[in-house]
Design a protein around this ligand. Structure first.
Ligand SMILES: Cc1ncc(C[n+]2csc(CCOP(=O)(O)OP(=O)(O)O)c2C)c(N)n1
Length: 997
């Protein structure tokens, strides 16, 4: 017998290859994945014939010499010479992935009488199996391309050759042919027609999924199991059906009500995409059943009214009151307010029998920019909850428009950090309201791929596409999305294909630009009506019930409309929870400096810890020298440099139980190699963070090298700061100018969030700034832009010149009873400047942040003929030159805080120099920097002093288009000129616009 086998080995090998190629489970199970059907290479590639031949020969010689699974496999083939038994074509009702090792064919096994096939017949069988497998895989990968997703049926007949059975050799005559599937699709065998039916129902119905791009076998397997076992119809309970119907009726009734009561008023109706809202509420329910306790939502304009009311439970009276034109905050709160479709809400609701905290972040008009903010907020809350390990208790949900999701850079920036250490928020569920239009732009002008969701593939998120006319399908994929998020803590996308009933807003005429689309839309029944028809057909609800429900809502809205007319809010929700105890400061009053001084002994103790490393830690020799210098500095209490002052501020706050989080590009070491907040062992790259080892009872210091993003990361940190008033949250720009990539976050949130939405933030932005000849982009953090945005006490803009002042201003962030963002211009060359040092005395109890630093030398005030007002690094240039020249009649005053402007201190100082002319000195060009901001303010101070007509002189670079020259020589010449102008004898000139350098 064995001889026979050996003689036939080549033949058998070929046959085996064909069979085995279609049944990799047993062969590759141990070496590849637990589920080889999920592997891209699982059934066609990479099988080693020689290896197989050897295994077969070994088994033939001695069956027990090979592994059990091989024994089962070969014995299952039968042992007659040249004969491989036919497969057993019996249905296999088992799981969808493949058959288990322990199961044997019902016939054809060892000892069973097996029909003997000739080679050609065997090959034909194998070919059918292989081709069927190829077709199955093609449907898993591309089935979505011919799915029934568009409620408007705009596309011509969809055809994809890879989804055509003929491509696999299955013509019309082959449809009844039985094919061996070995458990795939839950079948041992199936006819070609059955296979095609299963595939089309599963992958090409009203729900479709893209998941084969995921490289994690468990995730892929999870989705495949859920989808393939759903047999193409959503699994939705009777309660969910009821809930969906209610939600759809509520939406339709409310939108119609608004349309009649407030004709032409912008509300960005969701109509056409109603199912997305119903899906959201089912998703929340599922999330709560799966352990979620809090949900943070971010979304754009469309459907916001419905989410606020239908899902988050804002009383209709309150919303209608805003439609009436009433304020949404009590008048005394003094908010500038925002349009109604930007408003946020924070509330508790009972979901699935549990009280759940729900919030919808206030949102600016800039699409998608809220995404990182929501994720940052969730991250901070997860830390507070102590759930950074599982991240299952709080879930972020982001809504998107299709055009915005495909086009806005904030989307990939946010996705990019979703899986990074320090930035994970446990996976975001994304819902795209894919109404197939962006304002007036068709998708073909927005992207070249069929879906708006492709960008999410960069993080291997599964993407569920679904037809918005099938709300049960929408609800079902929303449930799957929530479950997937809870299972894997990864982002997941639901793409709801729908339409937009009106134009971009209710006043827009869409027929101008999309006449065909809108002819189709006008033929459509409302989503609730389509669903009601389905439920009537299912005998689930009667028309009378649906009509009664509709009537109930109409009457409710009428009632609420009447009460809304006189409704006025009596409370603003902004100092609740962790914010309680804080308050809005009076913008007209000078804010207290805060109790920021720290005992030298305590600072020395922190300093000592900062310079220690664990036993056996292999420090870099240069770092060792730096630590040594730091140790000396701390022991003497003198010569404290910028980075050390910063570490002392952080350390002292940590010991006061304030969490400190610093994030930005390369900020662990510091762009200028100044910080070294994380030390690296030179032998094994172990890392040690001294600031997390300064005391037995201290808060957590988190320092993170971020992804190379400004908008995304700054948005994230801003979001974090919204949720964490008791932490010092800092974002550092690599060079200050890079902050312009995050301008939207600054404009829409940081500078204006408090006044628009009553949301405070104590975020600190560290912006390296200073003219040192590093060219146009590494000199200026565009101070002027921040100064232009100062108003209504919105934030603080500081350009400190001493380490001690930096120490105080950082500590001040947490030592007052309010929070304000701090825009902090930080030095580069001053990090190592011999004069830019402080002593521990400057940080001692009783000392505090100086908003203005007066002249430091003893001058005869009466003889001072010029007061040079300046700020930042150029101060040291002017000071050193003055001292070198022995000039005694020019005083220099430093404005350390531009905003709020230190008018009181300036007045007191200027009084000392009654005979002096006043000059502003800056190193920035005249149209940049602080000149045009401080000019009028200094003028006001002078006027108050009775010196109305005093002209403010100017020393600085002339107006320029580019902030700085790229040539070092020109830079040096310009810098010298600035200093010379500041110290020039005689009367100084006033600024001349456009003066050549
Ligand atoms: C960053 C940004 N650019 C432009 C706009 C102006 N705008 C508002 S809505 C809109 C269309 C958005 O289309 P889509 O994302 O598909 O959402 P839809 O309005 O269709 O729901 C545009 C261009 C904006 N709000 N934000």
């Amino acid at each position: 017998m064995h001889n026979t086998i050996r003689r036939d080995l080549p033949l058998i090998k070929n046959q085996l290859l064909l069979i085995i190629a279609s049944k990799p489970l047993q062969l590759k199970k141990n070496t590849m994945t637990s589920d080889p059907f999920l592997s891209d290479t699982s059934y066609l590639a990479g099988f080693n014939g020689v290896f197989l031949e050897e295994m077969y020969a070994r088994w033939a010689a001695s069956p027990t010499s090979v592994d059990e699974s091989w024994q089962r496999f070969f014995s299952g083939l039968g042992d007659t010479a040249g004969g491989v038994p036919a497969a057993s074509w019996n249905d296999n009702p088992r799981g969808v992935i493949g058959k288990g090792d322990d199961e044997k064919p019902k016939s054809g096994g060892k000892g069973a009488p097996a029909p003997v096939l000739d080679k050609a017949a065997m090959e034909a069988i194998c070919h059918d199996s292989i081709r069927a497998m190829m077709m199955i895989r093609a449907y898993r990968v591309r089935g979505h391309l011919i799915a029934n997703l568009d409620p408007l049926h705009q596309e011509p007949n969809k055809y994809h050759p890879e989804l055509d059975p003929a491509t696999y050799g299955f013509g019309p005559k082959d449809m009844n042919k039985e094919v061996f599937l070995d458990g795939v699709l839950g079948k041992r065998t199936a006819t070609v027609q059955e296979i095609v039916n299963i595939l089309q129902n599963t992958y090409c119905g009203n729900m479709a999924v893209e998941f084969m791009h995921i490289q994690f076998p468990e995730q892929k397997s999870w989705i495949q199991k859920r989808i393939e076992s759903a047999s193409g119809r959503p699994d939705v309970s009777p309660e969910e059906k009821k809930h969906i119907l209610r939600t759809l009726v509520e939406i339709e009734a409310f939108e119609n009500f608004l349309h009649v009561k407030y004709p032409g008023t912008k509300r960005f109706s969701i109509q056409g995409g109603d199912a997305a809202i119903a899906g959201l509420s089912v998703m929340l329910e599922t999330a709560v059943r799966n352990g979620v306790e809090e949900i943070a939502i971010g979304m754009p304009h469309r459907g916001r009214m419905n989410v606020i009311t239908t899902v988050l439970g804002k009383p209709y009276t309150e919303l209608l009151s805003i439609f009436h034109g009433n304020l949404d905050f009590p008048e005394w709160v003094d908010s500038s307010g925002d349009v109604k479709y930007h408003l946020g809400i924070s509330t508790d609701r009972e979901i699935a029998g549990k009280s759940v905290h729900l919030s919808l972040s206030a949102n600016p008009s800039h699409l998608e920019v809220v995404n990182p903010v929501v994720c940052g907020k969730v991250r901070a809350k997860l830390r507070q909850k102590g759930d950074l390990d599982t991240k299952k208790t709080i879930m972020p949900v982001l809504f998107h428009g299709d055009a915005a999701f495909a086009g806005q850079g904030s989307v990939p920036e946010t996705l990019a950090f979703s899986e990074l250490k320090g930035y994970r928020s446990g996976g975001t569920v994304h819902i795209i309201v894919n109404n197939q239009i962006g304002f007036t732009t068709n998708p073909k002008n927005s992207r070249f791929t069929p879906y708006p969701s492709d960008v999410a593939k960069m993080v291997q998120a599964p993407i569920f596409h679904v037809n918005g006319d099938d709300p049960e399908a929408v609800a079902y994929v929303c449930k799957l999305a929530a479950e997937f998020r809870q299972e894997f803590n990864r982002d997941v996308v639901v793409d709801v294909f729908c339409y937009r009933k009106y134009g971009h807003n209710e006043g827009d005429e869409p027929m101008f630009t999309q006449p065909l689309m809108y002819k189709a839309i006008r033929q459509k029944k409302a989503p609730y009506a389509i669903y009601a028809e389905q439920l009537l057909a299912e005998n689930f609800a009667s028309q009378a019930e649906v009509d009664a429900l509709f009537e109930e809502y109409k009457q409710r809205f009428e009632r609420d409309y009447e009460t809304a007319k006189t409704f006025s809010p009596n409370k603003a929700d902004w100092f609740e929870g962790r914010w309680s105890g804080l308050k809005k400061p009076d913008p007209k009053q000078e804010h207290p400096a805060g109790d920021t001084g720290v005992d030298a002994k305590k600072l020395k103790a922190i300093g000592a810890k900062l310079t220690e490393v664990p036993e056996g830690f292999n420090l870099n020799s240069k770092i060792a020298r730096q630590l040594e210098a730091k140790r000396e500095m701390m022991e003497k209490g003198e010569g404290i440099d910028w980075a050390t002052a910063e570490a002392l501020a952080f350390g002292s706050l940590l010991l006061e139980d304030h969490h400190v989080r610093l994030s930005g590009q390369d900020c662990e070491r510091g762009t200028f190699s100044q910080r070294h907040s994380v030390l690296t062992d030179q032998e094994n790259e172990d890392r040690y963070t001294p600031l997390n080892n300064i005391g037995p009872k201290q808060a957590f210091f988190e320092v993170l090298n971020s992804s190379l993003s400004e908008l995304g990361i700054l948005g994230f940190e801003y979001g974090y700061s919204l949720a964490e008033p008791n932490g010092l949250i800092l974002w550092e720009a690599q060079f200050g100018d890079f902050v312009n990539g995050a301008q939207v976050i600054i404009d829409q949130f940081i500078s204006s969030g408090e006044i628009k939405w009553l949301r405070m933030s104590g975020l600190v932005m560290l912006l390296p700034h200073g003219f040192e000849g590093q060219g146009p982009e590494h000199s200026s953090a565009r101070l002027e832009r921040f100064l232009q945005q100062c108003g209504e006490d919105n934030w603080q803009v500081v350009n400190a010149t001493t380490p001690a002042n930096y120490f105080h201003v950082l500590r001040r962030q947490l030592h007052r009873d309010f929070r304000k963002p701090l825009v902090m211009f930080t030095p580069k060359s001053l990090l190592r400047h011999k004069l830019c040092v402080s002593s521990l005395k400057d940080m001692a109890p009783g000392t505090s942040f100086q908003r203005l630093i007066p002249e430091v030398e003893k001058l005869d005030d009466k003889k001072v003929r010029r007061v040079v007002l300046t700020s930042g690094k150029v101060y040291y240039d002017v000071y050193e030159a003055r001292q070198e020249k022995g000039i005694k009649d020019i005083a220099i005053i430093r404005i350390e805080q531009y905003y709020p402007f230190p008018a009181r201190e300036l007045k007191a100082e200027l009084k000392r120099y009654p005979n002096a002319e006043i000059m502003w000195c800056q190193e920035e060009p005249e149209n940049m920097g602080a000149y045009r901001f401080v000019g009028p303010r200094i003028g006001d101070v002078l006027e108050e002093m009775g010196r109305e007509n005093v002209k403010i002189k100017y020393a600085g670079r002339p107006e320029a288009a580019s902030p700085a020259t790229g040539y070092l020589k020109i830079h040096e010449r310009q810098q010298k000129q600035v200093v010379e102008d500041a110290l020039a004898s005689g009367n100084a000139a006033t600024a001349k616009r456009g003066k050549a350098a």
